[in-house]
Design a protein around this ligand. Structure first.
Ligand code: ZN
Ligand code: ZN
Length: 265
């Protein structure tokens, strides 16, 4: 998807395409750290005003600094990668994100959150389904699934129904689905324009490891209080009075969002 071919030291400018690079010196109106509590602060109310049930990959709300960087082939002829398709502002150095450099993850995570659909999955409270799954799996269980999920959804050269394989609806998406959308590992179209991974060939092991690490860090940021290991479930036969333990650990509907609140600041 990406048209941005510049190398790490090469020029990013596309002088023939108006409204693109070079970028303004200080283009990102985001805090220097991407950790969820810090990043939540300035925009926390937005998702109460927008309709999260209708969140789409091509959505945007440029007045709220939520843009869309997915360009059609036609658009790519007139605006460059990293330029919002709606407001036409050049905001993200896609070449920099596509370096897949974990030492530059602050930039990558900040840049991802400039996109409407990405921001939603960085900031919206986890649904009851996603939170229940996360609590049952715990950190170890979630991390153990990350690579398998990437392989299943996007590792093939041509995944079926690309763009629709990762659910967005609160009733269907689990915590790993939130992570996939947040870090643009949800489909090959998103992985293409954000991470510079071309379609039409399988993912490499390095790409799988990189995207998996982004997902792992996202989950750590969004679920800071998650237990490392799953809760032990007593057998019904040997301990019938304890079967409510897990249910008691699940959040009530009104406190689901509390899990992503800052707990120390
Ligand atoms: Zn915009
Ligand atoms: Zn996608």
């Amino acid at each position: 998807m990406t048209q941005d071919q510049a190398g790490p030291t090469g020029s990013w400018a596309h002088p023939e395409i108006p409204g693109t690079l070079p970028f303004p010196t200080n283009p990102l109106p985001l805090p220097p750290k991407w950790s969820a509590p810090a990043a939540d602060a300035p925009l926390s109310g937005i998702w109460q005003r927008l309709n999260p049930e209708k969140v789409k990959c091509t959505g945007s709300s440029c007045g709220n600094e939520l843009h869309c960087f997915r360009l059609t082939k036609q658009m790519a002829k007139s605006i460059g990668p990293g330029t919002c398709r709606e407001c036409k502002q050049p905001l993200v150095a896609m070449s920099r994100v596509a370096q897949q450099d974990l030492s530059d993850v602050d930039y990558t995570f900040s840049a991802l959150q400039l996109e409407y659909v990405r921001h939603y999955f960085w900031h919206v409270p986890f649904s009851q389904k996603a939170m229940s799954q996360a609590l049952r799996a715990a950190q170890a269980g979630l991390e153990g699934e990350i690579t398998k999920r990437i392989r299943k959804r996007i590792a093939k050269a041509e995944p079926y129904f690309d763009g629709r394989q990762t659910p967005t609806a609160a009733s269907k998406a689990d915590a790993l689905d939130y992570a996939m959308h947040a870090v643009a590992a949800c489909c090959r179209a998103c992985a293409g324009y954000w991470h510079g991974i071309p379609k039409g060939r399988p993912l490499t092991e390095d790409e799988i490891a990189y995207l998996g690490e982004l997902m792992r860090r996202y989950l750590l940021a969004r679920l800071p209080g998650l237990e490392e290991d799953p809760p032990r479930v007593p057998s019904i036969v040997t301990a019938p009075s304890n079967v409510h333990d897990i249910k008691d650990r699940l959040p009530a509907p009104h406190d689901v969002s509390g899990r992503s609140q800052p707990h120390a600041s």
